[in-house]
Structure formats: structure tokens, C-alpha cells
Ligand binder design. Structure first.
Ligand code: PRX
Length: 660
């Protein structure tokens, strides 16, 4: 594994951020009305961590109050021990007893342009009925349910119905291949799969049901498939009698009442897979009590949510951002969530701005990669629309470069909206490092400070804090309520990945960071074998395994190369088996193979064929040198190479190839 300086080498654009000196104090007119106006939360958390989180937990409805706030036997934490609650109850039942019954919970727009509004009352009814549907199919407390769906309201209904019964859901992003879907379903041993006949993406149809059929050829745990009709006649699919059921048919017959199951605070709420440093994705397990406290509190503090806001988090629910800030955080807070099915450039590049104007969106939360795309497309698409409803902007998923930050602030935020650059991970469940918009003076490109109750440090390879200005590893040194509890079915991996490098009390994030002289945190990107492509985590090893699975490939090394829009792009160095001729379409053939194995998001942007790969004497491929080559930098330390001539030859070939 690389040392802190490695992250700077890996991402020179990001380390240039450190030269950024512009500051943006919170606008006074924002602070006056903000949910958090002063530093009291920080002080309270410093004084009494457990008392602080206990107070945050008052924002959640409990069927039974907890006995102890925290049981910490490193690296295992239990929060709100003895407490009982239900996540769906917190997102629905407690609101329908108030004036919010008729408040919009979800405002949805489909890619073809349809609109739907579900009030809290509507959502409560749909979720209760669908929970009865699941029950009728034999789903009970503790059973796993897999979801592979487009961004439609039924996805939220399905999620909350699982939560209502205490059946952990495992959502698989609709862009994953049948093989990836199969791996995740089998890892979770899901009993039911919920999907749709298809989804819309840039005017074409994603054949979700067909993918499910392919996946299920190897998923013995699955007994039933529930199908939402999203596309209808236009999609061709097989209906497996006995196994497949139409959502609308089942809903027609479902009873209306379904009480929310009281769950223990530590009962799992969901499993969500994320890429690690091996070929097998990790099933991150989140539990009920701490997670609900963490996401609802951070959603209130960071997004300053008010009843009159229209909150738009653009993430797909297939990712953790969607779980925490499309569904659980905002709905627990009784907010109005806007949800959009499609992509930002369909039917044209002003779709998002049209949406913001039409629905008077007030808070927009998106990824730097999207902002960089918009910058590239030009301001003319933005200028046509009235964005005066916006009052707060957020980013997540990858470091944001100061130019993109400034563009976002000026062209989208009209110079008046604070920006919250939020750092967190699938594993953290909730935002960990971020400005508080009414309190924190921001610097473009810095995620600023750990939130109240969170302690982050930048340390060297021995775990000692580094002086400000030096790079190191970002670690979290106190447990937090929404933290992952384990890796599903693999508790040892939980310990070895997160809590062994610096001992059992220190969570290793896998990210490099720096602190400046004012203690602002600057994230420098991953320091492990994980890439961040358009804000999505992809494992280099996973892509390598997909490549070597191809019949013609002998060996492959994959790296994330800096990319102006995507942050990083997948680049692969491939050695073909002896005797395989290098034909023109070989690269395309291999790219298609990766798409089939993992999904389009892992498609290599570039494939470079080489006779040899640079290795250490013990046979490990030195990816860091490949990154140096792909990014045209001077080579780092080459002393551990078994044969230094390999890298010299590779560099010459690569450069010749780039010129031709
Ligand atoms: O490298 C960090 C980057 O995204 C990783 C987590 O990815 P994932 O689990 O998919 O969750 C993404 C959304 C929460 C981190 O290890 N990352 C996330 N947010 C930021 C970031 N890097 C820099 N700045 C951020 N604001």
C-alpha cells in the first residue's frame, strides 16, 4: 500500500489545490435563518460525545428508549443499545399523524417527462400495502430482499416496505451487469428480487428484467421476483409463471394496514456492496438506530433542511448517497424530495436547469463530475433558466477542483448560495467532513472540517499525526452512530480492511489528505487500489479479473488515470496470450467483455497492449509506475523492480503509441 505522498503523486491536480487561498464566509442572511448558527454543536460534542449523540437521537421516534448510547469494544461498536425503532415508521408514520400527511414527500419526474407527486399519506399507504405484499410472499424479519430498479417512486416504496418488516434490503445499481447482480444477490442470499420490466436511459431502454433473468440462472436463494411495469409493450421479456409477479397486480389485492415491526437499534437495515481492493465487492452492513440518527441529524445540519425546501440529491438510490440523502435522511426529516429518473443531457443539456426552474428546487446535491460536464457544455444551457429558488449547493463523491467549485458557485448558485463539499463513504453511512453552511467559512476545494461528533486525523504510516501542510492518511479516531458494523458474512474482512492498519480503535478510510495551517482538510483521493470514476468506486483488481477472464488475455494491470471530467478514467495494460494476434478490434472486444462482466461504469477508457508488465522481484505488478507512464510523469522509485528495462521499454512504446 502506498504512503501519504503517494496520493499526491496519484493526483497532482488535487495537490495543486493546496495553493488555494480564496475564502467564502457564510452569507449573514443565510446564517440568520440557519438550523445551525454557531459553534455550540461542536462544543457540546467535544465536552460529552455520548450526550451529544443522545441529544441528536431525540430527533428520531423510538418505540423503546435506549439503555446505553454507545458500547465500544474496538473495533466493534453498538449504538443506542436496548433501543427499539423502525426506520419506515420514522420516515412515514410519524409524519402522517401531523399536518405533513398532505405534504409532498416525493416529487418525481420520469425521463420521458411524466410527473408524479406522492404525499406522505400516499407513500405511507403504498409502503404499508407493499409490505403486506412482501409478507404474503413469505418475507419476514431478517430475510434479505434485492432491488434492481430504475429511479422511480416504487424503488422508495420497496425500500421502506423492507424496512417496515425488518427485512434488510440490498440495492444493486441498475447499471451493473447480470453477473455483478448475481454476485451481490448470492452474497446476500436474497429471497426476493424486486425489479422493473426496464428503465429509461438517454431515450433507450435498459433491459432490467432480462438482466435479472440472466442473473437468476445462478441464484438458488431467490424464490420470487416482483416486477414493476415501467416500460410496457415496448420491451420484450419473459414472464416466469410461479416465480414472477406483477407489482400492480399484487398491490391491487394487498391489505392497507401493516404495522411497522419494532426493530432493535442494532438490527441490520440494509446491505450495500461497494468495491474494495479485491475482486469481491464488500457487503457493507448498516444497522437501524445509529444510522437513522446519523443520517437525519447530518441532513438537518449540513443541508439546513426546512419544511418549505425542495431537496434534490441527484444520486441514484443504487449508491449510498441515494440511500442516506434521497431516502432515509430527508424522509425522516419530513422533507420534500425531488427525484429524477434520467440523465442530465437528455433530451438536451439544460434538463437539470429546466427542472430546477419548474419545481423551484432550493437545495441541490450532486457530484463534481457532473459539474465538470456542465462546465464543458457551457453556461448558455444554464443561463436560459431561472435558478433563483436555489439557496444551498452540495457536492459529494470525489475531490472538487477549485475551478469547478467556483463555476458551481457563480453559475448555478448565482454567487449567493453556500457550497457544502461533503466527504464520506458507503462505510460511514453519513456525511463525516463538511462545512456547516451557516457557520463555516469555505475554501474552494476543501471539505473543511469534521462534523460535530466526528474526529478525523491525518497520520503517517505509523499512525502519528502529520504536521499541517504534509500529506498523510485520513483516519477516523472515534466511533460514530452510522458507521458500518461489519462486512456481510465476512467479519474478519471488516477488521482487516478498516481496523488493523492503525490498530482497532482507528478507522482507516483509504483516502489521502492534508491539513492546511488553518486546519482545513483537503482530500487527495484514494491511496489504495480503488479508482474513483465519475464519483463511483471501482476496484482495479475487479477490472483486472474481468480482463483476465477473457480467453485471449494472459495478464492485465489496471489503473485510474486523471481525467478532466470523470476525475479518473480506467486505463488497462494488457498482455495477450502467446500466439494471439493483435487485431484492430481487440481493444473493443476486451472493453465489451468488461461491460458484460461488471457493467458499463467499469469500461476501460484506454487499453494498451504490452508484452510485459513491470513487476517487483516477488511478482507484484507495480501499478504506480504504470500510472506515472499513463499520466506522462517522471517515474517514481524503480529500485524494487525485478527488471528495470521492462518499464523503460513500456514507456517508449506508450509514448510512441500516444503520438501515432
Ligand atoms: O475517496 C473518497 C471519495 O469517495 C470515496 C467513497 O466512495 P463511496 O463509498 O462510493 O461513497 C461515495 C459517496 C459518499 C471516498 O473514500 N469521496 C467522497 N466524497 C468526497 C470524496 N473525495 C473527496 N471529497 C469528497 N467530498
Amino acid at each position: 500500500m502506498a504512503e501519504g505522498g503517494e496520493a499526491e503523486r496519484a493526483n497532482p491536480t488535487i495537490s495543486a489545490l493546496f495553493e488555494e487561498h480564496r475564502v467564502f464566509p457564510p452569507p449573514p442572511e443565510f446564517t440568520v435563518r440557519a438550523n445551525v448558527r454557531d459553534r455550540l454543536l461542536y462544543e457540546n460534542a467535544e465536552r460529552d460525545l455520548e450526550g451529544f449523540w443522545a441529544e441528536a437521537a431525540e430527533g428520531i421516534d423510538w418505540f423503546r428508549k435506549w439503555d446505553r448510547v454507545l458500547e465500544w469494544s474496538p473495533p466493534f461498536a453498538k449504538w443506542f443499545v436496548g433501543g427499539q425503532l423502525n426506520a419506515a415508521f420514522n420516515c412515514l408514520d410519524r409524519h402522517v399523524r401531523t399536518w405533513r400527511r398532505n405534504k409532498a414527500a416525493i416529487i418525481w419526474e420520469g425521463e420521458p417527462g411524466e410527473q408524479r407527486v406522492l404525499t406522505y399519506g400516499d407513500l405511507h399507504r403504498e409502503v404499508s400495502k407493499f409490505a403486506n405484499v412482501l409478507k404474503h410472499l413469505g418475507v419476514k424479519n431478517g430475510d434479505r430482499v434485492a432491488l434492481y430498479m430504475p429511479m422511480i417512486p416504487e424503488l422508495v416504496v420497496a425500500l421502506l416496505a423492507c424496512a417496515r418488516l425488518g427485512a434488510p434490503h440490498t440495492v444493486v445499481f441498475g447499471g451493473f451487469s447480470p453477473e455483478s447482480l448475481r454476485g451481490r444477490i448470492n452474497d446476500a442470499q436474497a429471497k426476493v428480487v424486486i425489479t422493473a420490466d426496464g428503465g429509461f436511459r438517454r431515450g433507450s431502454i435498459v433491459p432490467l428484467k432480462q438482466n435479472v433473468d440472466e442473473a437468476l440462472a445462478g441464484c438458488p436463494s431467490v424464490e420470487n421476483v416482483i416486477l414493476v411495469r415501467r416500460i410496457g409493450e415496448a420491451v420484450h421479456m419473459h414472464f416466469h409463471e410461479g416465480r414472477d409477479h406483477w407489482y400492480h397486480r399484487l398491490m391491487d389485492e394487498a391489505p392497507l394496514q401493516c404495522p411497522a415491526e419494532p426493530m432493535d437499534a442494532e438490527d441490520p437495515l440494509y446491505i450495500l456492496h461497494t468495491s474494495g481492493t479485491t475482486a469481491k465487492p464488500k457487503g457493507v452492513v448498516h444497522t437501524t438506530g445509529g444510522y437513522m440518527v446519523g443520517v437525519s441529524a447530518t441532513h438537518r445540519w449540513v443541508f439546513d433542511i426546512k419544511d418549505e425546501d425542495i431537496f434534490w440529491c441527484t444520486a441514484d438510490i443504487g449508491w449510498v448517497t441515494g440511500h442516506s440523502y434521497v431516502v432515509y435522511g430527508p424522509l425522516a426529516n419530513g422533507a420534500t424530495v425531488f427525484m429524477y429518473e434520467g440523465s442530465p443531457d437528455w433530451p438536451d443539456k439544460s434538463r437539470w436547469w429546466e427542472i430546477i426552474e419548474k419545481y423551484r428546487i432550493s437545495i441541490l446535491y450532486t457530484a463534481p463530475t457532473a459539474i465538470r460536464s456542465f462546465m464543458g457544455w457551457g453556461e448558455q444551457h444554464v443561463r436560459k433558466h431561472d435558478l433563483s429558488s436555489l439557496r444551498l449547493l452540495g457536492t459529494v463523491g470525489e475531490p472538487i477542483n477549485p475551478e469547478a467549485w467556483m463555476w458551481y458557485q457563480e453559475h448555478i448558485g448565482g454567487g449567493r448560495c453556500p457550497i457544502v463539499d461533503t466527504w464520506w463513504q458507503t462505510e460511514t453511512g453519513m456525511i463525516m467532513v463538511s462545512p456547516l453552511p451557516g457557520v463555516t467559512t469555505t475554501k474552494p476545494g476543501s471539505a473543511t472540517f469534521p462534523l460535530p461528533g466526528v474526529r478525523a486525523e491525518v497520520v503517517d504510516e505509523y499512525g502519528n499525526p502529520v504536521p499541517s501542510g504534509s500529506g498523510g492518511y485520513l483516519v477516523l479516531t472515534r466511533p460514530w452512530p452510522a458507521m458500518l458494523r461489519t462486512i456481510y458474512g465476512d467479519p474478519e474482512r471488516y477488521v482487516s480492511v478498516y481496523f488493523s492498519r492503525f490498530g482497532p480503535k482507528v478507522y482507516f478510510t483509504g483516502d489521502g489528505a492534508k491539513r492546511d495551517e488553518d486546519l482545513y482538510l483537503w482530500l487527495l483521493g484514494r491511496v489504495d487500489d480503488v479508482m474513483n470514476v465519475s464519483g463511483h468506486r471501482i476496484s482495479t483488481i475487479e477490472v483486472e479479473s474481468a480482463l483476465v477472464d477473457h480467453k485471449d488475455v494472459a495478464e492485465a494491470a489496471v489503473i485510474g488515470r486523471s481525467h478532466a471530467v470523470k476525475g479518473q478514467a480506467v486505463a488497462a495494460f494488457v498482455t495477450l496470450k502467446a500466439g494471439v494476434p493483435l487485431s484492430r478490434d481487440k481493444a473493443d472486444d476486451l472493453k465489451t467483455h468488461v461491460i458484460e462482466k461488471i457493467g458499463a461504469l467499469a469500461r476501460p477508457e484506454e487499453i494498451f497492449f504490452t508484452a510485459e508488465l513491470p513487476k517487483t522481484r516477488s511478482g507484484k505488478i507495480m501499478r504506480r509506475l504504470l500510472r506515472d507512464i499513463a499520466e506522462g510523469r517522471a517515474l517514481g522509485d524503480t529500485t524494487t523492480l525485478a527488471d528495470p528495462t521492462v518499464i523503460a521499454r513500456l514507456r517508449t512504446q506508450y509514448e510512441e503509441n500516444a503520438e501515432s
